[in-house]
Write a protein that binds this ligand. Structure first.
Ligand code: UGA
Length: 434
């Protein structure tokens, strides 16, 4: 099939590349000429495992092309994916200006039947708005489909190629059939393509992300309570998670959820509720608790050192909002580092992928190490903010040799409490006996 993807952010790029992988002819459109030039030369503009291999293969095969010309994209694609940013407005709502501006252009430019697919996370009612904007100018038939994505950063290629489900929201049989055909190679294992109306599809995405954010937040509260009563959240988590109604995943407590999705989507759903006089009380609490949780290590650190950290050298392992990404949007590490800097600490940091992004934001306020051990020279404490695999089994003897005092604050519970006691560390983690 002939596909155009408008917007080559994270979602657009993964969508375009993976659709090319199953033999479609894909053209990706972006207004950033420099980025388009680099992508034409095979440079993947984001860090996402496995994307580079697929990218190169499909460019070579001539199935994946890039352009700055919307006209070219629209002339090429029978199915046009909108993968445009929907940033958070000041009031928490999703800003639809990019989506609606491109929709207006689409209406003016298309001259044969097209399916326009909303891939961005958009509030309920957006498909209707997109349809209305296109219809103002369109001289031809078209359909609008809501097709939310459920990709996780770091696993996006796998999630796209082997999705647990595909959601297609459309009131047009013709468009639904086309979309089912497009996605059928990805669900050979029997996973469902679920069809529904546009509004329900739009809400499915917000509901799923808000539910997962709530699930994590609930466990964070259980972990905080465990500390008060001397229970161990690891044991509680396993005890609960083996109930298949609850499930084992997304029950890991820590220093709060971050990223470009959960924080934005929870706030957007909250805001959308207010527009129809609905008060999502649970989501209000989720936002508030997560903000507190992002700082949960700070009182633990000041309980040990006092509130004046001047002269204290603190090593930070992990800066991205989660492993396997260089994304630092809403990363808890940022909140933690800002608080530690405010208290006077000197910070030496390391992350396998996110160092360039952190350097852009923090400049010379931090020391940037070349490797994880390089952060530890003379350190008074180590703070772990992201559970990258390389941090999971370090040489503790080397860690001890380098650190001035053997204190670890672990925001991701990556070590066993008794193991750390045996190694001779003061080890403080989240929701466990220590
Ligand atoms: C999330 C969803 O998982 C995807 O399904 C969705 O498509 C995506 O948002 C999106 O809307 O585009 P992502 O933000 O990439 O994906 O990352 P997750 O793996 O979901 O993690 C989000 C945050 O929750 C991270 O900060 C992570 O550390 C935290 N988390 C996750 C926990 O604190 N505990 C857990 O048990 C799981």
């Amino acid at each position: 099939m002939k596909i155009a993807v408008i917007g080559t952010g994270y979602v657009g790029l993964v969508t375009g590349t993976c659709l090319a992988e199953t033999g479609n002819d894909v053209i990706c459109v972006d207004i950033d000429a420099e980025k388009v030039e680099k992508m034409k030369q095979g440079v993947v503009p984001i860090y996402e495992p496995h994307l580079d291999v697929l990218f190169e293969r499909n460019i070579k095969a001539g199935r994946l092309e890039f352009t700055t010309s919307l006209d070219e994209g629209l002339a090429h694609g029978d199915i046009i994916f909108l993968a445009l940013p929907t940033p958070e407005d000041e009031d928490g709502s999703a800003d639809l200006s990019y989506v609606l501006k491109v929709s207006e252009d689409i209406g003016k430019k298309i001259d044969n039947y097209k399916v326009i697919v909303d891939k961005s996370t958009v509030p309920v009612g957006t498909a209707e708005k997109v349809r209305a904007v296109i219809a103002q100018n369109a001289t031809t038939d078209f359909d609008v489909v809501s097709n939310p994505e459920f990709l996780r950063e770091g696993y996006a290629v796998d999630d796209f190629l082997k999705p647990e489900r595909i959601v297609i929201g459309s009131s047009s049989e013709r468009a639904t059939r086309l979309m089912q055909k497009l996605y059928s190679p990805f669900v050979r294992s029997g996973n469902p393509i679920i069809t529904m109306d546009e509004k329900s599809a739009e809400l499915t995405k917000y509901a799923a992300n808000s539910f997962l954010a709530t699930k994590i937040t609930f466990m964070n509260e259980i972990a905080n309570y465990c500390e008060k009563v001397g229970a161990d959240v690891d044991k509680v988590r396993v005890g609960m998670g083996t109930d298949s109604r609850i499930g084992k995943r997304f029950l890991f407590p820590g220093i709060g959820y971050g990223g470009s999705c959960f924080p934005k989507d929870v706030k957007a759903l909250l805001h959308a509720g207010t527009l129809v006089d609905y008060d999502f009380k649970i989501l209000d609490s989720v936002v508030e608790i997560n903000q507190i949780q992002k700082q949960i290590l700070i009182p633990k650190i000041t309980a040990h050192f006092g509130t004046d950290l001047s002269g204290k050298k603190i090593a930070i392992w992990g800066l991205s909002f989660k492993p396997e990404t260089d994304d630092i949007r809403e990363a808890p590490a940022i909140d933690i580092m800002n608080s530690l800097l405010d208290l006077g600490a000197e910070l030496t940091v390391f992350d396998p992928e996110a160092m360039p992004n952190i350097r852009k934001q923090f400049g010379d306020k931090l020391n940037y190490a070349n490797g994880m051990y390089d952060t530890l020279e003379g350190a008074d404490a180590l703070v772990i903010c992201t559970e990258w695999s390389i941090f999971r089994s370090p040489s503790f003897s080397r860690v001890k040799e380098l650190m001035k005092s053997h204190v670890i604050f672990d925001g991701r519970n990556i070590y066993q409490v008794d193991e750390m006691a045996n190694e001779g560390f003061k080890y403080v983690s989240i929701g466990r006996n220590q």
